[in-house]
Design a protein around this ligand. Structure first.
Ligand code: XMP
Length: 507
């Protein structure tokens, strides 16, 4: 197990992912919440930070239980931190050093740099420079502009690098992480999907015993994988509830429900569409719609859960990025841009203890675990779909008629992507029903009908996204198919905005 200390860099999660790619388990903690028991950690990594060691509010954790006692790798801010507080000198760079650089000096016979090619490209992002190494520091690599690009401390297993090994632009970054973790710190590479599954099933068995768990399935990857794991751990004591909020994709409720049953899950489908439509009637503000849907979901789910007796646990498909976000010192959105109703969890009155089998996994790891569990690859490869469903893709108020139109449009688009082999190249796609009519002509008739927008984005986590350059021929065909087959739509537009400044959903 490896400990990563977060000083607020946007790249810290990326360090964790690279470490996990080496089949090594790691956990991120904020720099000011270091675990008191460090015995299970074989190595420690200090991450980067937007802060400066020269500023007044310097982030200054006590590393006395770590430094010199465990193998330590300090990245960027971490490297400056070690220099600044241990006899070296850090000063503002003459120019902000940002972007690609190449190693111009690599110390011979240095395990940390084994396999790193001469001139290897590294990625810099800092405005302070290490002018003088700390006590016992030995320079091990330089670039043209950054003399102290990497150093180690004589007599310790402490290494420090100014550049970011975790980003792909640092060509040999992963090799350096491997050298540090495997060759220097001798951490074992045993964190595989199979090992995770075995371990988490045992853990769930021990925690839950013979008690009952209720879990809400959404049709998405996370809740499905969580359910399959719990099902393997406790069998028929897992009660799944799949609610149709009337805002799902076309035919999705029935087909996903059938799929769940085929997987041997003990699942109850609850069609509460009308209840959601009633709750949404007349609402056109996006946040008001989200809240109405969130509340209706809680009521329906709670009523269903109350039909079960002696349930002690609530299963959830929470994944690691949500966990980091909620404990992070610097993370956490300062302003609510959109209230993701399903992130806040369910209210206290349910009085259930929470079990979250996936809380240590990143999204791609959830998919790999799902694959080892034998879950249908098609289900695992599904695009993310928001909890409030089509309600936030119908701008303005919601009616069952509008939902039916959008379901048809969406189905033509998504099936088209699949038929043209484009579905897996897109991170998320969907259609948006705009609250405007436009004039068209069909045959000899003038029409005055709805406009729909299509959206397809590339992303890794939804935080940033770029629109996908779908082939014109494809867009042309989909546009024709939509206008010819979906009554009430006479115009199709394609959204070419990236996030930021636009968001992925229109509401
Ligand atoms: P935005 O629109 O914020 O979306 O760029 C980023 C990702 O989050 C999804 N999203 C939601 N998911 N409840 C959810 O479960 C919500 O209220 C919600 N709003 C947006 C969106 O589909 C995209 O994947």
């Amino acid at each position: 197990n490896v400990l990563i200390l977060d000083f607020g860099s946007q790249y810290t999660q990326l360090i964790a992912r690279r470490v996990r790619e080496l089949n090594i388990f790691c956990e991120i903690f904020p720099f000011d919440k270091i675990p008191t028991d460090l015995s299970s950690y074989k190595a420690v990594i200090l991450g980067g930070s937007p802060a400066s060691v020269r500023s007044e509010e310097v982030l200054h954790p006590d590393l006395s239980e770590i430094r010199g006692k465990k193998p330590l790798l300090a990245v960027c801010y971490g490297a400056q931190y070690l220099a600044h507080f241990s006899g070296g000198e850090v000063a503002a760079s003459n120019t902000r050093e940002y972007g690609r650089a190449n190693l111009s000096f690599i110390k011979d016979n240095e395990i940390f740099l084994e396999g790193v090619s001469e001139n290897s490209q590294v990625w810099m992002s800092h405005s302070d420079s290490i002018k003088q190494l700390p006590t016992n520091g030995v320079r091990i690599a330089s670039t043209k502009d950054v003399e102290n690009a990497a150093y180690k401390i004589d007599g310790e297993t402490t290494y420090a690098i100014q550049f970011h090994p975790e980003v792909y632009h640092s060509t040999d970054g992963k090799q350096m992480l491997e050298n540090f973790l495997v060759k220097i710190a001798k951490v074992e590479q045993t964190f595989t999907p199979n090992a995770f599954v075995e371990e988490v099933i045992a853990e769930m068995k021990a925690k839950i015993g013979n008690d009952k768990v209720v879990l809400g399935l959404s049709g998405g990857v996370d809740s499905t994988v969580a359910a399959v794991i719990l099902n393997k751990a406790i069998g028929s004591n897992l009660y799944c509830i799949f609610v149709n909020n009337g805002l799902l994709r076309k035919n999705e409720f029935q087909s996903v429900l059938d799929q769940y049953k085929g997987m041997g899950l003990n699942v109850k489908g609850v069609d509460a569409s009308q209840r959601f439509y009633d709750a949404l009637a007349g609402l056109d503000d996006p946040e008001a719609k989200r809240k109405a849907i969130g509340n209706a979901f809680i009521e329906v789910f709670d009523a269903e859960a109350n039909l079960l007796t002696d349930v002690k646990f609530l299963g959830q498909g929470t994944i690691y990025p949500d966990v980091i976000e909620s404990v992070s010192a610097t993370g956490g959105p300062s302003a609510t841009i959109k209230s993701h109703h399903n992130v806040g969890g369910l209210p206290d009155f349910m009085k259930l203890q929470i079990v979250e089998p996936l809380r240590m996994l990143f999204k791609d790891e959830v998919r790999r675990v799902g694959a080892t569990l034998g879950i249908d690859p098609e289900l695992l490869g599904r695009h993310p779909f928001p909890g409030p469903g089509l309600a936030i893709r119908i701008l303005g108020d919601i009616t069952p008629e509008k939902v039916a139109i959008l379901q048809e449009v969406d189905a033509v688009f998504i099936n088209g992507l699949k038929a043209h082999g484009l579905y897996d190249k897109v991170w998320q796609a969907g259609a948006i029903l705009l609250p405007v009519n436009s004039v068209g002509v069909m045959g000899d008739e003038r029409t005055y009908e709805k406009v729909v927008a299509l959206r397809a984005v590339e992303s890794t986590d939804g935080m940033t996204a770029d629109w996908v350059h779908l082939p014109y021929e494809f867009l042309q065909k989909v546009s024709n198919d939509i206008i010819n087959h979906v009554r009430g739509v006479n115009r199709v537009v394609y959204d070419i905005s990236s996030k930021p400044p636009a968001t992925i959903e229109w509401e």
